[in-house]
Design a binder for this molecule. Structure first.
Ligand SMILES: [Zn+2]
Length: 270
């Protein structure tokens, strides 16, 4: 499946605006949420991180977005990418060159004038802290965290915001991030603590509230969207314990309910 998106100034953008004008007349009190499943089908870097037993990150992301779309039926949910679909930018703007798919995702949210942008990802660690272990994945061999690194930090979820966003956008993003973090902690999730340079190669990562797992990172999608938004790293798929915790339909369903509750509070009691 391939979805082709011309740049937002084209006729397709105009068609989308018309569709949203028509549909908004009976949208009622529903809020418009753009759900973004990170990365896309590819065995290479475009597929995102690689899990303990070789499954690419986009597969994990697609499964979470599917559960979320189901749980958020009461809202107006727009997916940047359907399950298994690849985003292709036609005639990308010059500034999209480095990663056209990322800018298509943000441009869609901007065109749709979404109330909120939620990007779903699963986390990895710097390759320096990964080792191959023959015993992993039922003896087929797989990835494992270097024991010293694993001992030093905690591995779980993280919520990223853009601290350089306009003041009100940043404040609203933090408000949702806090509701989401509390909902995740309530279901027993712990925040990751390892996005610290140089143990992690993220130079723009800054902890905003390390107890809640809320961090700022200079990410293309968060930099480009014009509305509040966060990027959720659901779990660390290169840690076999955390990968097992997050990679089940039961977990995804429970988490989707938690996210839905966070949105309900966010939209109904601003
Ligand atoms: Zn990712």
């Amino acid at each position: 499946l391939k979805a082709r998106y011309p740049n937002p100034m084209s006729y397709f953008g105009i068609a989308l605006i018309l569709i949203s004008l028509v549909s908004s007349s009976h949208a009622g009190a529903r809020s418009k949420i753009v759900l973004d499943s990170g990365h896309q089908p590819s065995t290479g870097p475009e597929g995102g991180a690689t899990g303990v037993c070789g499954q690419k990150e986009y597969v994990y992301n697609d499964q979470v977005v599917e559960a979320l779309a189901q749980a958020l039926r009461a809202e107006d949910v727009i997916l940047t990418r359907k399950k298994g679909e690849t985003l292709v930018a036609e005639n990308p703007l010059p500034e999209w060159k480095a990663n056209p798919s990322l800018f298509v995702r943000a441009a869609m949210a901007n065109q749709q004038k979404a109330d909120f942008f939620l990007s779903i990802h699963h986390d990895s660690v710097s390759g320096l802290h990964l080792i191959q272990d023959k015993k992993e994945c039922s003896g087929k061999g797989g990835l494992k965290l270097d024991p010293a690194f694993r001992k030093k930090y905690q591995f779980g979820y993280n919520i990223f915001v853009n601290r350089n966003a306009p003041k009100t956008v940043f404040a609203q993003s933090i408000r949702f991030a806090t509701l989401l973090a509390n909902a995740l902690k309530k279901m027993g999730r712990v925040p990751s603590t390892y996005h610290v340079f140089p143990d992690d190669d993220c130079k723009s990562c800054v902890a905003i509230d390390s107890k809640l797992g809320i961090w700022s990172q200079d990410l293309a999608v968060l930099r480009t969207i014009q509305m509040p938004g966060v990027l959720l790293e659901v779990g660390v798929i290169v840690d076999s314990d955390d990968e097992k915790k997050v990679n089940s339909d039961a977990f995804r369903k429970k988490m989707a309910q938690a996210v839905s509750k966070a949105f309900k509070i966010y939209f109904r009691s601003p």
